[in-house]
Design a protein around this ligand. Structure first.
Ligand SMILES: CC(=O)SCCNC(=O)CCNC(=O)[C@H](O)C(C)(C)COP(=O)(O)OP(=O)(O)OC[C@H]1O[C@@H](n2cnc3c(N)ncnc32)[C@H](O)[C@@H]1OP(=O)(O)O
Ligand SMILES: O=C([O-])CC(=O)C(=O)O
Length: 385
């Protein structure tokens, strides 16, 4: 019998050429390019194409792909109508999961996935991929208006994914710095090897379910607070702490009660997550831009990082990607419960890159278990129990 490893820690479950992590050194690369280089020089659209196809695109390929995305921004009338009937108190991740799975009914055509172990219809794969990635941000931004009873802002077809996302949220075109920060956030969140939501996507994909079901499974998995849902929790936690002077006693109380500190710790990284380092620098850039001050939230986060390094550093627990992102999103006027949905917008690129890799050489996921239940026993009729 094989050893059971809780949480499948260290168990390889696939082979992949998409991204790479060195958790001891704090290195992350997409298709061999360091994340820092992509954050500085690339765009979300270009990074997405890199993740999907494996190579940096030519100018023409990038323009064509960006245009294809823009052509797919529009959300169908019936989907908007459906969203109007969702409870307005519904969480954006629940909305997104429901809306994405409904897209499968509005955009059918999954013949190539029905009876083979692979899908060779690359046009189908590319069209569905573009369709999903393009619609994620408009769905999320539109929900903000629909749930508040406002008229939704329609997408602008000349804007990039990041610009259009902010435009649809706020009703006005973003200033270039905010658009750049959002674009970098999308790049940073686009892919991360075999995390829980990508694994969920692979399991769903391995059954030859449609890409809409695949992404729906992934969105549901990302929503949990131990995964993408932590970014929303971080801002709530910083508000609860209130000020840097409260950090030490707050952390000590949490650790005494064996509670987790949101945005801290990672299965793979034993040092600060390289994405947290970039996000931290972006907050500093924004502070400098704003004349040297943001608010107590950032100062509290800095102190929390310092105290956690002292109390938890020996366990390799440092800030992860969810620690600083919410501070930036708050500055962009985005409500806290939308943060994880922004993560999903970006991660759709990685999920779909893995889906494509999976279905090009598929075998259904079917692990085993160690049975710890009862031996065979006699059935007792209900009257005799
Ligand atoms: C996008 C992302 O998914 S990034 C992760 C987002 N999630 C969070 O921020 C939630 C907070 N973090 C955590 O719960 C965890 O660190 C996880 C879920 C991310 C990783 O979990 P695992 O790899 O299973 O780590 P595990 O729970 O074994 O932690 C190892 C040790 O560090 C401690 N630890 C890990 N994270 C934290 C934390 N955030 N706060 C306090 N202690 C922590 C554990 O208590 C454990 O201590 P022990 O050895 O004394 O029992
Ligand atoms: O890799 C993980 O386990 C979680 C994570 O950071 C991500 O999905 O971005």
């Amino acid at each position: 019998m094989s050893d059971f490893l809780p949480g499948l820690e260290g168990v390889p479950a696939t082979k992949s050429a998409i991204s790479f992590i060195d958790g001891e050194k704090g290195i992350l690369s997409y298709r061999g390019y360091p994340l820092e280089t992509l954050a500085e020089n690339s765009t979300f659209e270009e990074t997405t194409l890199l993740l999907l196809d494996g190579e940096l695109p030519t100018k023409k390929a990038l323009n064509d792909f960006s245009q294809q995305l823009k052509d797919n921004y529009r959300i169908k009338y019936h989907i908007r109508q459906m969203m109007r009937h969702f409870p307005h108190t519904g969480h954006p991740m629940d909305m997104l999961q429901t809306a994405v799975s409904s897209l499968g009914m509005f955009y059918p055509g999954t013949e190539c996935l029905t009876d083979a172990n692979s899908c060779e219809d690359l046009d189908y794969v590319r069209n569905m991929t573009v369709n999903i990635i393009a619609q994620m941000a408009p769905l999320v931004a539109m929900w903000e208006h629909i749930r508040n009873g406002w008229d939704p802002v329609n997408p602008k077809h000349d804007l990039s994914v990041a610009e259009n996302l902010l435009y649809m949220f706020n009703g006005e075109e973003p200033d270039p710095l905010m658009a750049k920060i959002m674009d970098v956030c999308l790049i940073l969140h686009a892919e991360h090897t075999l995390n829980a939501s990508t694994f969920a996507a692979l399991v769903a994909g391995s059954t030859l379910a449609t890409p809409y079901s695949v992404i729906s499974a992934a969105i549901g998995t990302l929503s949990g607070p131990l995964h993408g849902g932590a970014n929303q929790r971080v801002v709530g936690m910083l508000q609860e702490i209130g000020s840097p002077k409260n950090v030490e006693s707050w952390v000590d109380e949490k650790l005494k009660n064996k509670e987790v500190i949101w945005g801290m710790g990672h299965r793979e990284y034993k040092v600060k997550d390289p994405r947290a380092t970039i996000l931290h620098k972006l907050v500093e850039q924004l502070v400098a831009e704003r004349g040297g001050h943001l608010d107590d939230m950032f100062d509290t986060a800095l102190k929390l990082e310092e105290v956690c390094a002292d109390r938890l550093g020996h366990k390799g627990v440092y800030p992860n990607v969810d620690f600083y992102s919410g501070i930036l999103y708050s500055e962009m006027g985005i409500p806290e419960d939308e943060f994880t949905a922004l993560f999903a917008v970006a991660r759709s690129a990685g999920w779909l890159a893995h889906w494509r890799e999976q279905i090009s050489d598929n075998r259904i996921y079917r692990p085993t278990q160690i049975y710890v239940g009862s031996d065979m026993r006699d059935y007792t009729p209900i009257e005799e129990r």
